[in-house]
Design a protein around this ligand. Structure first.
Ligand code: CP3
Length: 359
């Protein structure tokens, strides 16, 4: 097979990397595998760098972001790298500063409280102020082996808006929901601005070398179906449709989305990401057997025994059979995860592929 570096395709115009092949419905020799938050505190290499640099310094320095992105690729047999960044980085470009407080997560200095705050967002050319992300993508793509795909990402408008309104992480999303219900026009304006900037940001990531884009709507499962349809879906759909029109495959991911998976799929996405609360067989039953699914190992399983990991991975693979599937967790790797369990999980994916070749 001969590979064309410019297009990430073989010379007969077929994608080369396993993940990209699955996105196009082509056969693969093994289920592709990567992990959300595969670069992070569970790795000693990452903790070492974090002693010298803050999280935001790592994100904003292309050379460091590239190094962190590649750490799990050097250590494990993974099918994709995900660019090291954070879904909150665009906030600063919009004129909404934030920092990460120790043990507390993100803290916004001036959360959105009234419609005037939305009018003041610096939307014009916001994506130009995220140039360090595109530079990191270019560095990583140049250093990756050709069989490893590079994933770009952004937060979906609802999840990002929730941080902007709550001012940080939230349990019940009271401020976000009340803003949505009580000030629907301001909400629509905020979501429209976020989706415009996000689409332009993601198109730039793709231009720099990201081959697949994941849209993280991590907290959207907090909404009922009606609210998702009315307040969120059109905005996520506009981003996913814009990427589709540019020929860029996407993963549409959320957690707690079991009761709205059909709507998540209707909003768009080449691949639908599901968490562990959903049974993959049920999801295929609901969405159709041709749907490409990503997931859905419970990250907590990776804190347990090697045997437990093998069994849980196998249980997922046995549901996939000849279906199009990208192996991943249902949410990000937890910082307490022993690295050996990541090896064990990947080994199990590869061993299963060997046992099922020619299926
Ligand atoms: O997956 C990867 O390896 C790429 C890196 C990545 C980070 N953030 C770096 C990061 C990705 C994909 C994200 C996405 C992100 N960021 C999401 C969506 C995914 C999800 O987990 O639902 C969200 C909600 C955020 C916002 C965010 N960033 C929070 C709430 C926190 C604090 C909580 C925590 O885990 O500490 C972060 C910090 C953050 N972003 C870390 C990393 C590796 C923590 C590590 C550190 O402090 O060094």
């Amino acid at each position: 097979m001969v590979y064309d570096k410019e297009t990430a395709m073989t010379t007969d115009r077929k994608p080369y990397q396993r993940i990209m092949r699955v996105c196009e419905g082509l056969p693969v020799d093994s289920t592709p595998v990567w992990f959300m938050r595969q670069a992070g505190r569970y790795m000693a290499e990452y903790r070492q760098l974090r002693e010298r640099y803050s999280l935001l310094e790592l994100c904003r320095t292309p050379e460091l972001a590239a190094e962190v992105t590649l750490q799990p690729i050097k250590r494990f047999d993974l099918d994709a790298a995900i660019i090291f960044a954070d879904i909150l980085l665009p906030l600063e470009a919009l004129g909404v500063p934030f920092h990460f407080a120790k043990g507390e997560g993100p803290v916004l200095e001036k959360p959105i409280r009234e419609p005037g705050d939305i009018d003041r967002l610096k939307v014009a050319d916001a994506e130009e102020r995220l140039d360090f992300v595109y530079q990191a993508i270019e560095l990583v793509r140049g250093r990756l082996e050709l069989d490893v795909a590079l994933i770009g990402f952004a937060g979906a408008p609802f999840t990002v808006a929730s941080y902007m309104i709550e001012g940080g992480h939230s349990r019940h999303f009271v401020k976000t929901k009340l803003f949505m219900y009580e000030q629907p026009e301001a909400w629509d304006s905020l979501m429209t601005k976020l989706s415009d900037v996000t689409l332009r940001y993601l198109l730039r990531q793709a231009k720099a070398g990201a081959q697949l884009i994941q849209l993280f709507d991590s907290w959207v499962g907090i909404l009922g179906r009606h609210d998702y349809l009315q307040y969120v879906m059109p905005h996520s759909a506009r981003i996913l449709e814009g990427l589709r029109q540019s020929g860029i495959p996407t993963v549409h991911f959320g957690t707690g989305t079991g009761s709205m998976l059909d709507l998540i799929k209707r909003a768009g996405g080449t691949v639908i990401g599901v968490d562990w609360r959903v049974d993959l067989s049920d999801a295929w039953g609901l969405l159709g057997a041709k749907t490409v699914l990503q997931g859905n190992l419970d990250p907590v399983v990776l804190l347990g025994s090697a045997d437990g990991v093998r069994q849980a991975v196998l249980r997922i693979l046995e549901q996939t059979r000849d279906r199009a599937h990208i192996f991943n967790l249902g949410h990000g790797i937890l910082p307490e995860t022993p690295v050996e369990n990541i090896d064990t999980a990947i080994e199990q994916v590869r061993r299963w592929a060997d046992g099922n070749r020619g299926r």
